[in-house]
Design a protein around this ligand. Structure first.
Ligand SMILES: Cc1ncc(COP(=O)(O)O)c(C=O)c1O
Length: 397
């Protein structure tokens, strides 16, 4: 028997617009109806540890589905994406281990690394020379003072960086980790369900083997429109984490409607719902991303990141423009995240657009209005004029 609370909860999950919900769930009737049909318990929350009575059949089914989706031996889920990083990294590394972390990694990765007690070294964002130098130094010099070899070297990277829109240079990272026998931890919070022909993330995007990534991490908060996070990899890894990770041993397991939501959206992306809705939405997201990025560039705005990244940071530079831009967008009914110091360097304030498959061309065109509109209201002309005035340079002999 489904309760009114569950129906309300599912409605909010599926019908309320969230920033970051790249291909799915926004107004996705299939997911809403699937959840209603399959929900097997009348509970909204299930307050029990996963290791005790908290693991229901549907939790196991979800984890098996996630493993199949990721192309790995085994996967396990956690109630919170942030805690997936911050509580599992300390279970994997500790004293005598070295963590090499990208300078723009998310706070949850940074916290996890700090809590682990490992030595942390930070390499320049997506810079393979910087990473290789640190790996080489680590192998040559070993631990400080004793010069003993590091017990373990773990590289922490993200699939898509949420403030930069850049995609990790995964083929090169994998080549380096193999050459220097390090381990790789990949956070796919923003890329899973959003990148690659099958929506399977950055590994799919580059056509790589998921087994080359030792720890595949991601969240269900973005593309799946649910909540929580997962870790995927070899069976030994998940079995070890089930008994050693604080978020597995001490945290309550996922709420049943959220589990249904994850199963529904994942089946949808995988095409296991008997429709092409999932594939179509992943394709639509790729098209929307290219269109939106091209329009902003044509208008003369400076945007960051990879062309295929649905996270589109548009540079505002001056901190004073952050609030003005946000307010102007709100007047036009456009939800946009504006970001400034300390999340970005002080002179690199920006607006971050997160493109969704649910955006129509008309919606995208509302943002890409003639630049004069921005110039009049927020004085963004300097970006436009600068590019316009420089464009004659390409015509010079
Ligand atoms: C890269 C990255 N990892 C982890 C998280 C934490 O996920 P959650 O919001 O599901 O707790 C986020 C959140 O935005 C993120 O961007």
């Amino acid at each position: 028997m489904i309760t009114l609370y569950q129906i309300l909860f599912l409605f909010i999950l599926t019908y309320c617009y969230k920033v970051n919900v790249y291909p799915f769930l926004y107004k996705n009737k299939f997911c809403f109806l699937y959840c209603l049909r399959h929900i097997k318990t009348n509970l909204v929350f299930y307050i029990a540890f996963a290791t005790r009575s908290g693991n229901l059949d549907r939790h196991e089914e979800m984890e098996e589905l996630a493993a199949k989706f990721l192309g790995v031996e085994s996967a396990m889920a956690f109630g919170m994406g942030f805690a997936t990083n911050s509580m599992n990294i300390p279970a994997l590394t500790g004293k005598g281990c070295l963590i090499l972390s990208d300078e723009l990694n998310h706070a949850s990765l940074v916290l996890g690394a700090r809590l682990s007690g490992s030595t942390i070294r930070v390499f320049k964002h997506n810079n393979m020379q910087s990473l290789e130098k640190m790996l080489r130094d680590a192998i040559v010099h070993g631990q400080p003072r004793t010069h003993r070899p590091w017990k373990k070297i773990l590289i922490l990277v993200e699939g898509i960086y949420s403030m930069e829109g850049s995609i990790v240079r995964l083929p090169e990272v994998i080549a380096l980790k193999k050459r220097y026998r390090a381990y790789l931890y990949l956070d796919e919070a923003h890329s899973i369900g959003a990148l690659g022909p099958g929506g399977r993330g950055v590994v799919d995007y580059f056509g790589l083997d998921p087994r080359d990534v030792d720890v595949m991490m991601g969240t269900f908060t973005k593309s799946f429109g649910a909540a929580g996070g997962y870790i995927g990899g070899r069976r030994e890894l998940t079995e070890y984490l089930r008994s050693h990770s604080h978020s597995a041993v001490y945290a309550a397991s996922m709420s049943p409607p959220v589990v249904e939501q994850i199963i529904a959206s994942m089946k949808c992306i995988m095409g296991e719902d008997g429709t092409t809705l999932g594939r179509d939405r992943v394709q639509q997201l790729a098209e929307n991303t290219l269109y939106f990025r091209r329009r902003l560039t044509e208008m003369g705005f400076i945007i960051y990141g990879n062309n295929d990244s649905p996270v589109v940071p548009m540079m505002l530079y001056m901190p004073a423009k952050i609030g003005a831009f946000g307010r102007e967008m709100l007047k036009r009914n456009i939800g946009v995240v504006v970001v400034g110091f300390p999340a970005t360097p002080i002179i690199e304030s920006r607006a971050r657009f997160c493109i969704s498959a649910a955006h129509t061309k008309d919606m995208l065109d509302t943002v890409t209005v003639p630049p004069s509109l921005y110039n009049d209201t927020i004085s963004m002309c300097f970006l436009y004029q600068q590019t316009a005035s420089l464009s004659f340079l390409s015509k010079l002999p």
